[in-house]
Write a protein that binds this ligand. Structure first.
Ligand SMILES: C[S@@+](CC[C@H](N)C(=O)[O-])C[C@H]1O[C@@H](n2cnc3c(N)ncnc32)[C@H](O)[C@@H]1O
Length: 236
């Protein structure tokens, strides 16, 4: 049985869980492995911990920002360093990315960041308390270009509803992509989703100052792509 198949029906039939990623191979560098060893005990969160108490996790009450699929964590760590008065949680499935994130957090002396190495869809559902987040960030999610792969795109009605449940009233869901078709898809899905209001005058917003340029964005610029930011607020 592959990782994506789970026992389901009593007759032994199985359903295939569609995931938004394919686990990449790749080993950690020595530096990443060391950062994991040193910092995971204080900065790492595990799916097995179940529903977390955010005040307990951070040792203080503060607005919480959660980022899904932070890659190598560069922009996430920079944001956490720039807003020390906020608590940040990052979720990423790629192990070396998590190691790189912890290494960079050490370099910048960031203390207000906790990370999961797990599927964000499961973390949202199983670990994050309802109505607890001030901002959810999804930057440059895998676009899954081919039509037959569109079902793998993370931005789907069920996912959007899960994000809404976790946001406080008035909290925002911020997405960015350099893939125009995905931007249109995001916009359509968000316009149709109940309980969200677009903060843009029309469709997209300019990149807000709090979002640093990411590696993927820089690449997009080089290829002559545009970048689209969407910020929707929870209204219900
Ligand atoms: C195209 S990369 C963008 C990385 C980063 N946000 C950036 O802008 O540089 C997408 C990332 O999302 C991660 N990812 C995809 N689906 C995920 C999921 N369900 N849970 C956690 N991470 C996920 C991938 O492993 C990958 O690192």
């Amino acid at each position: 049985m592959t990782e994506e198949q789970k026992p389901d029906l009593p007759e032994g039939k199985r359903i295939r869980k569609i995931r938004s990623y394919v686990k990449r191979e790749g080993r950690m560098t020595k530096g990443q492995a060391r950062a994991m060893e040193v910092y995971w005990p204080t900065m790492g969160l595990e799916h097995d911990m179940g529903r977390i108490d955010l005040t307990q996790v951070f040792g203080r009450e503060a607005p919480v920002v959660l980022e899904i699929g932070f890659g190598m964590g560069k922009s996430l760590v920079e944001m956490a360093a720039a807003e020390p008065e906020k608590n940040f949680i990052g979720i990423e499935v790629h192990g070396p990315g998590v190691g790189a994130c912890l290494m960079y957090a050490e370099e910048l002396g960031v203390k207000n960041l906790r990370v999961y190495e797990h599927d964000a869809v499961e973390i949202l559902g199983d670990c994050i308390p309802d109505a607890s987040l001030d901002r959810v960030q999804l930057y440059f999610p895998d676009p899954w270009h081919k039509k037959r792969h569109h079902k793998r795109r993370i931005v789907q009605p069920e996912f959007i509803e899960s994000v809404r449940n976790k946001l406080k009233m008035g909290g925002v869901f911020h997405m960015a992509t350099d893939w125009e078709h995905y931007a249109e898809h995001m916009l359509e899905e968000m316009n149709e989703a109940p309980g969200f209001t677009n903060t843009a005058d029309k469709d997209f917003v300019p990149r807000p100052d709090f979002r640093p340029l990411t590696k993927f964005e820089a690449r997009g610029h080089r290829l002559g792509h545009g970048v689209w930011d969407l910020i929707f607020a929870r209204s219900k």
